[in-house]
Design a protein around this ligand. Structure first.
Ligand SMILES: CC(C)(COP(=O)(O)OP(=O)(O)OC[C@H]1O[C@@H](n2cnc3c(N)ncnc32)[C@H](O)[C@@H]1OP(=O)(O)O)[C@@H](O)C(=O)NCCC(=O)NCCS
Length: 238
């Protein structure tokens, strides 16, 4: 009983510390109004029953919790202390997912598999990781401690500790709070060999058509237009 009370207190405190809207809110208010806290607490019960070999009930509890909170957590998933799911809705945590301590997740996060493989197929998230809203973490990858995953990122590869990863596909923009520097840091303007080849061909066709016009005087049937505007130095200019 003492353990249950301690777990409830830790999960409620996590909401109070990490959700500005919960600062100063009483325990009862958080238990009634914070779907992410309700989902984690009911998962702790479902997981304990699952570990004890209780049939059917863990799945039923997980189903009811999903209906109420919009958070689907498989009863077998392992979630450490002090975890917080903000807003709750749309979060999916798969069967073999493992989540460390002090992890924060926002709505719409998926810790999912990539196919029909069995065995370990969901992510392992180490301590103190923050996962932004809508991020999809897929496969048996490891997200290192203290990492930040940007909102709406799609992550299918391991993430180094203390790094910030954003985008689809996820790429590292910061390590230990410092921007990534060096030849591989410009992920926005990566070369596109297929587009370059087509562009070169279209330029050659345009030149050939101009020569034909000069020879037989007939205008070309269709003008070959440039594929896309030249990229500027930033995404806004590209
Ligand atoms: C990734 C995140 C944690 C910011 O981390 P940070 O270390 O402070 O990084 P910065 O804000 O300095 O951004 C670094 C670069 O990544 C880009 N970036 C940040 N978040 C991004 C995202 N979600 N998707 C794509 N690019 C993103 C920035 O534009 C910046 O690009 P630049 O180097 O070209 O200027 C934050 O942007 C984020 O997505 N947080 C999730 C918050 C959330 O889900 N809130 C929901 C509340 S309901």
């Amino acid at each position: 009983m003492r353990r249950v009370v301690a777990e409830v207190r830790t999960d409620v405190d996590a909401a109070r510390e990490r959700d500005p809207a919960a600062r100063g809110a009483g325990t009862a208010r958080i238990l009634i109004g914070w779907a992410g806290v309700q989902a984690i607490l009911s998962h702790r019960v479902a997981h304990a029953m699952h570990e004890a070999g209780v049939p059917a009930l863990p799945t039923a509890l997980s189903y009811v919790s999903r209906a109420v909170t919009g958070v689907e957590i498989h009863p077998a998933a392992r979630i450490g202390d002090d975890c917080f799911i903000d807003h709750g809705s749309g979060v999916v945590i798969g069967e073999t997912a493992e989540i460390g301590c002090c992890v924060t997740m926002y709505q719409g996060v998926t810790l999912g598999g990539t196919g029909f493989a069995r065995g370990k197929r969901h992510p392992t998230v180490q301590d103190n990781v923050t996962i932004g809203s809508g991020a999809k973490l897929l496969g048996p990858i490891t997200v290192g401690h203290g990492a930040k995953i940007g909102a709406n990122s799609v992550i299918t590869k391991d993430v180094s500790p203390l790094s910030t990863v954003v985008g689809n596909p996820g790429h590292t923009v910061k390590v230990e709070g410092r921007r990534v520097e060096g030849p591989d840091s410009d992920w926005i303007h990566l070369p596109d060999p297929v587009a370059e080849a087509i562009k070169s061909l279209s330029e050659r066709i345009t030149k050939l058509e101009r020569r034909l016009v000069a020879i037989d005087g007939k205008p070309p049937e269709a003008e070959v237009e440039e594929l896309r505007a030249k990229q500027g130095p930033t995404t806004a200019g590209g």
